[in-house]
Design a protein. Structure first.
Length: 414
């Protein structure tokens, strides 16, 4: 039986009071910024992996294709990679913002590849090779986490934090000793009492622990779960300059006691390592979907799930070739109403996390410093007041629409 996930995210919660501010290990005094677009159409590209070649600092582009990356040493080269595009390395001269144009991989080239093999067998082999393709030692990482909640189209909750992520051996497929510690963060919550709705769904800064599908088989796929899915080969994609097998999956039974996923798996053709997963929770049984999505709600409130999406990516480290978690994003779309009122309101909660740096020297934190999975992030953060709050950290740059929402919420609290 799949274990119950106890991961908490704030979804329209109360105001924030305390600060977790801690000293930055080293000053990130050097930076590069710009925008990434499709070479043919000029369309901004979201979720592009951006990394410095010298010191291994990372981020991803936002919804506008914009990025800003910082390092503790001068930046001479920045690397860009996105599934379906040819990776690109750009030399940096000066501090002016620049535009990067990524070229999509030709469909003709993709279709010319010979895709052979049984999809189910490939997935099984990829699972068998997890201990070879992922770290075997405990490691720590710097991360940036952001969660937002929208009521209809209006942002009512925005929380951001820099965290330290600790992960143990992947071969055990266990998360019992993995943990997240919040270093510093800020939050904005709508002051309108009508925007307050104490609903808790999956997410939170600990999602990098709980929702890592390769490491936590309770999230998605154990060997026993293989029989619950049908698998089908799709057209290969290029990721980071290497061809990846693409496998579509779908539930083949309604008898499972918990909700299953529809999804697309990206598997390195050479190493058979999982590099990306795009999952969508099966909503055909509302009761099962609620069990997966909802952690807590007030008595008398009705919760109607509409969708739950999970995207996670892993990137090989140039130092040893092992795959490490880079980016994780969850999106929850649901309606809520009170039984006595009978008018449903739509909400969208989005949580995303990017690993910005791997700590070569292990810097473990104590159990008391780990963020409690039973608490909401907003309760522990200070408010958005300083415009240079993140000047010493790597973050996911806020999109223009998010910047507008931040300014609106700040004005409403004055």
């Amino acid at each position: 039986m799949r274990k119950t996930l106890c991961l908490i995210a704030s979804a329209i919660l109360c105001s924030c009071l305390a600060s977790f501010a801690q000293a930055q290990d080293s000053k990130l005094e050097f930076s590069a910024e710009g925008k990434v677009v499709d070479d043919e159409t000029g369309r901004p590209l979201e979720g592009v992996d951006v990394g410095t070649k010298e010191r291994g600092f990372y981020t991803v582009t936002n919804a506008d294709g914009a990025f800003s990356i910082r390092s503790d040493s001068p930046i001479s080269q920045v690397e860009f990679s996105l599934p379906g595009y040819v990776p690109k390395e750009v030399s940096i001269s000066g501090s002016a913002p620049f535009t990067v144009r990524l070229v999509s991989v030709s469909n003709l080239l993709k279709e010319s590849l010979i895709v052979d093999g049984d999809a189910r067998e490939i997935v099984q082999k990829a699972m068998d090779k997890i201990d070879e393709n992922y770290p075997a030692e405990t490691e720590t990482f710097d991360c940036f986490y952001r969660e937002t909640v929208r009521k209809k189209q209006k942002y009512i909750n925005i929380s951001e934090a820099v965290t330290i992520l600790k992960k143990e051996n992947y071969a055990k497929r266990s998360i019992t000793k993995d943990a997240v510690s919040v270093r510093v963060g800020r939050s904005l919550v709508s002051p309108n009492p009508r925007d307050t709705l104490s609903v808790k769904v999956l997410g939170g800064p600990s999602q990098a622990v709980k929702l890592d599908p390769v490491k936590n088989e309770a999230v998605f796929l154990s060997k026993d779960d293989l029989k619950l899915y049908d698998f089908k080969m799709a057209t290969p994609e290029m990721i980071g300059g290497k061809w990846h097998l693409v496998i579509d999956m779908a539930p083949n039974t309604e008898e499972c006691p918990y909700a299953l996923y529809y999804g697309r798996l990206y598997i390195d053709q050479e190493t058979l390592a999982f590099s990306r997963m795009e999952l969508s929770l099966d909503m055909s049984d509302r009761t099962k979907a609620i069990q997966m999505m909802l952690v807590h709600k007030p008595l008398g409130l009705r919760f109607f799930p509409k969708s739950m999406l999970l995207t996670v990516s892993y990137v090989p480290d140039p130092a040893d070739g092992l795959m490490r978690l880079r980016y994780l994003r969850t999106s929850f779309d649901f309606n809520c109403d009170w039984r006595k009122r009978g008018v449903a309101t739509s909400f969208i909660a989005v949580n995303e996390m990017v690993v910005t740096h791997r700590r070569i020297e292990d810097t473990p934190f104590s159990k008391s410093e780990a963020f409690p999975a039973s608490e909401s992030l907003s309760d522990h953060l200070q408010e958005f007041k300083d415009p240079d709050f993140w000047k010493d950290y790597n973050i996911i740059e806020p999109s223009e629409s998010l910047e507008h929402a931040i300014n609106r919420l700040r004005r409403s609290k004055q």
